[in-house]
Design a protein around this ligand. Structure first.
Ligand code: AMP
Ligand code: GLY
Length: 423
């Protein structure tokens, strides 16, 4: 079978690595991919916003399954585009239609959905410019800190957490005045939940689902979870505090009602769901839904899946996911992200990456890398995820850190404390 994978990050390299191990794969294409995906498949330089070009490629290369890595093409309707085109009838897209992608594309929609289906989440209300004064009054009814969220996609920057009430009112006004463009034309204000976060992922064919290994990522740039938010600086799986009882609560109170809700709303959802959760005194609450896998969570989740992923994708495409064997590895997996100096602010690209060949006992998932002649050079803020297995988290972290030190490029930076709060 031929598969086309869309995206270019560490998440996509981890997926490509796993897909390439299947004996059911004939040819794997990655668009646009990176230097790592080029080692396990063929990269094709296409813009993910160019659905016409993706269609042409799918027909030309006789693609059966398209796996969509990032959220933007899903929110833009790539699944609908494929479903509605008679020439693309034989191609299945793993990723929801627009009506499902809105779970990530609109926080207001996601909150309404959770309320309707009784899924635990922070108390909230949504406001537009015309209801600014009501928004300020709602802020007064909450206690500090105040959580303000742009309704739409804002490149991970649309959530503000503010201690001071007057500053929060000011921020609300600025957001509604277009601080994040159209994305903040509606603002969700919600109660602050105090707890520890984790992520749970499922793959669903719209009828049944499989729960993938859970993970915890580290979003801030600085040690001890300080400084600016990034795409993610590292991750661990399993999450030590997520015991059987807690995971069962997540399935019963969150996953099942979400699946039932999608079916009741007649939303044809085929793909991954990422539940961004918080554990508040032993009870799980949903912070957000994403309609894709997480990055760098995928770099620890995928290595822990023992089953053939092509089998899993094919059964998802065929809506026979209940028939598939699904096995998870008991081993722990950790990843440490090597990033460019200056990230998440501005940074330079094009720096030569050295010593990759000296790495042993870790799997390197490339994020922002590019081949330049015989060299591999940096091509983004997040550069390489150093993933390792271990008999437990600490054992895996030891290997990730040993190799994080060995790989070299000018301005290399990484957090030295991944997993610190779980030890
Ligand atoms: P989101 O984009 O919705 O995931 O929000 C980004 C981050 O803001 C989350 O990962 C949390 O760390 C934090 N956050 C969002 N909503 C809340 C909340 N209601 N209470 C506490 N922290 C929150
Ligand atoms: N690591 C968080 C995300 O992928 O959104």
């Amino acid at each position: 079978m031929n598969i086309l994978l869309l995206g270019s990050g560490g998440r996509e390299h981890a997926l490509a690595w796993k897909i390439s191990q299947s004996d059911k794969i004939d040819k794997l294409y990655i668009a646009p991919g990176n230097a790592g995906t080029a080692e396990v498949g063929e990269n094709i330089d296409i813009k993910l916003s160019d659905f016409e070009a993706i269609k042409k490629l799918a027909i030309e290369k006789k693609i059966e399954i398209v796996v969509v890595g990032p959220e933007q093409p899903l929110v833009d309707g790539i699944s609908d585009y494929f479903m509605l085109d008679p020439e693309l009838r034989s191609v299945s897209v793993i990723g929801p239609v627009k009506a499902g992608a809105i779970l990530e594309g609109s926080k207001d929609f996601a909150k309404d959905f959770m309320t309707k289906y009784n899924i635990p989440t922070a108390k909230y209300q949504s406001f537009k410019k015309a209801t600014l004064e009501e928004g300020k009054t709602f802020l007064e009814s909450l206690s500090s800190p105040y959580v303000l969220k742009a309704d739409g996609l804002a490149a991970g920057k649309g959530v503000l957490i503010i201690d001071d009430l007057d500053e929060a009112k000011e921020a609300l006004e600025q957001m509604l005045d277009g601080q994040f463009g159209d994305a903040s034309a509606t603002v969700v204000i919600e109660e602050f939940l105090d707890g520890i976060e984790l992520s749970v992922f499922v793959i669903t064919d719209g009828k049944s689902y499989k729960i993938l290994p859970e993970a915890k990522d580290y979003k801030r740039i600085g040690e001890g979870d300080t400084g600016l938010n990034t795409g993610g600086m590292g991750a661990v799986s399993p999450v030590p505090f997520a015991n059987k009882e807690f995971l069962n609560k997540i399935e019963d109170k969150i996953i099942k009602p979400t699946m039932d809700g999608l079916i009741k709303e007649k939303i044809k959802y085929k793909g991954f769901i990422f539940f961004g959760l918080i554990n508040v005194k032993g009870e799980p609450f949903v912070i957000e839904y994403n309609v894709r896998l997480g990055d760098p969570e995928t770099e620890v989740v995928i290595p822990r899946i023992k089953s053939d992923i092509v089998d899993l994708l094919k059964h998802t495409a065929d809506e026979t996911l209940d028939k598939v064997d699904f096995e998870i590895d008991d081993k722990a997996c950790t990843t440490v992200m090597l990033v460019s100096e200056g990230y998440p602010g501005s940074y330079e690209k094009g720096r030569k990456i050295e010593n990759i060949e000296k790495v042993s006992n870790s799997i390197l998932f490339h994020a922002g890398t590019k081949r330049s002649g015989s060299e591999i050079i940096t091509n983004g803020g997040r550069v390489i995820a150093v993933s390792s297995y271990g008999k437990n988290m600490n054992d895996a972290l030891e290997k990730s850190y040993k190799n994080a030190e060995i790989i070299d490029f000018k301005g290399k930076n990484y957090r030295k404390d991944i997993g610190f709060d779980l030890k």
